[in-house]
Design a protein around this ligand. Structure first.
Ligand code: CU
Length: 193
């Protein structure tokens, strides 16, 4: 005699219990995922972005190229008397000035940049140097580059038909080499002449 019965047949409500248990397990898994995502948002919000822009700095687009800090011969990298490294650059359809930027490795580097015509942006290779450039406003941030080498610096805000050809290069030099070149107080870049 065959006495084998399926669990469901043996217990008329067994399948319902299985379904409820599976539902409950799934609800717990989803709850944990939501809790992790919320925790991630809180941690990244507080820990990484706890410094919202403290001020809005404007610049007159019409006179940008004529006077002030963004005139052409003031663009590039400088080593200040206080030892601070400052990079000034502008973005325009469809290039950056300068086209090749020199920075030292392992030292804080402050970028000051703006756009002359449309909204642009840039990111330096896979580093966290990343900002949006809006005409009329000065974008500034300080970062440091861990390794020496060369990075591509593409425009990452769609700015028109030439957008995909808009990029510059960033050369990260060993700090002693950078300091030796910057001591003269000149503005540095690596644009071939
Ligand atoms: Cu652009």
């Amino acid at each position: 005699m065959n006495t084998t019965v399926t669990p469901a047949a043996a217990h008329p409500h067994g399948s319902e219990a299985v379904a409820i248990a599976a539902e409950r397990r799934w609800a717990i898994v989803v709850g944990v995922i939501i809790a992790l995502l919320v925790l991630m948002m809180v941690v990244t919000g507080l820990h990484w972005a706890a410094m919202p822009p403290s001020r809005v700095e404007t610049v007159d687009v019409n006179t940008l190229h004529l006077k002030g800090e963004f005139v052409e011969d003031n663009l590039g990298t400088t080593l200040g008397p206080d030892g601070k490294v400052m990079v000034r650059l502008i973005a325009q359809q469809y290039s950056f000035v300068p086209q090749c930027i020199v920075v030292p490795a392992g030292m804080p580097v402050t970028f000051r940049a703006t756009a002359t015509d449309a909204i642009h942006g840039f990111v330096v290779g896979t580093t966290n140097a990343n900002t949006m450039l809006i005409p009329g406003f000065v974008a500034t941030f300080t970062t440091s580059f861990r390794r020496t080498g060369e990075h591509l610096m593409p425009c990452h805000e769609y700015c028109g038909t030439g957008h995909e050809a808009m990029w510059a290069r960033v050369q990260v030099l060993p700090a002693p080499e950078f300091l030796a070149r910057a001591r003269g107080g000149e503005r540095l870049d690596c644009v071939p002449r």
